[in-house]
Design a protein around this ligand. Sequence first.
Ligand code: UGA
Length: 443
Amino acid sequence: MRMTVFGTGYLGATHAACMAELGHEVLGVDVDAVKVDRLCQGEVPFFEPGLPEILSRHVESGRLRFTTDYAEAAEFADLHFIGVGTPQRKGDFAADISHVEDVVARLAPLVSRDAVVAGKSTVPVGTAARLQEIADRSAADGVRVDVVWNPEFLREGFAVEDTLRPGRIVVGLSDPECAARALIDEAYAPIMESDPCPVIVTDLATSEMVKVSANAFLATKISFINAVSEVCEAAGADVTVLADAIGMDPRIGRKFLGAGLGFGGGCLPKDIRAFMARAGELGAAQALTFLREVDTINMRRRDKMVDLAAEVCGGTVIGTTVAVLGAAFKPNSDDVRDSPALNVAGMLSLKGARAVVYDPQALDNARALFPTLAYADSALEACEGADVVLVATEWGEFVELEPAAVARVARGRVLLDGRNCMPGERWREAGWTYRALGRGVSA
Ligand code: UGA
């Protein structure tokens, strides 16, 4: 089957490569000519484990191509996926859906036979209906462009796995009988044959809301444990043991109860804000006021980390050196969008510390975003002369650091664990002061 994928970021490039892996002929489309050039050479412009291998393989075989040419894309296929970004709008917290609208407004007039546009981007409820109006207005006489919604649930770092073996496929249709359904079924048929998963077919609005609700729930779960973590700190309790214990109840589950610096990235923070903004537009603002608190709790963890650094430095970080291990918003990613790690490094620096940042993959992106911070090329180099070592992203190589090796280069003997990922006991035995978010001093 032939298909196009508009947008070649984390979502679009992964979807395009994975669709080729499933046996389809795929044309990826982006307005960014530089990005398209790199992709045409089989290069992935961001870090995503497993993606370069499948993308380059299918570029080489000719099953996967990339272009900036909308007319070529309109001609190439009858199924067009959209995976362009919906960033947080400047000025308010709503999602900017202009990129999604642009794709439909530009593509629809170029389509010469009936076609289906399947949105994958995370959008405010009502967007698909609006896109259908744009398509109806812009398509040539006698040509029908159907808009359907097929939200994506992939996690960065596991994008290939999540796309090829999804936990569920959600399809929103304006009309349950519409012909679009058959094209979507055909696209996912190879998954249904090899690794079947539940398929939920519903209306457009529900399918759009499934995605934002899922992300809002995940964010709420993280902020719940981080709120409990604040009480644990006050009471001298250990949030990690508590999370293990409550997580054993299958109604709760242990996943996403990782207490620490909280959530960042290009999805969870902006999605909960956009969800609140959209609820407000719909007259249902009150229903989601709790998400404001979810956001506040999340941001407060970053302040707490900075306060803890000041506390272990005797009340102020002025004049100290803090090694910040981690810049990406989570491990196995080079994404620094709304990264708690970089936010903490920035705040420490503003408060007078010399924050020296290291990350195994995200250094280039971090340097571009925060050029004034100091950067190191290895964890040990970041720790040279450090009064405090602060783990802000739980990369495996930090967890495996040898306390003795760090002690040889650092000035102080204080390890702050912002992700509850370090073997604290080992560090204590090696003579370090180990402090972690959400755990009493004795934990
Ligand atoms: C998230 C969702 O998990 C995906 O299902 C969704 O498809 C995606 O957003 C999206 O909307 O595109 P992602 O942003 O890649 O995926 O990252 P997550 O693994 O969800 O982590 C988000 C943040 O929460 C990270 O900063 C992570 O460190 C933090 N987190 C996660 C915690 O603080 N504690 C946890 O227990 C889990």
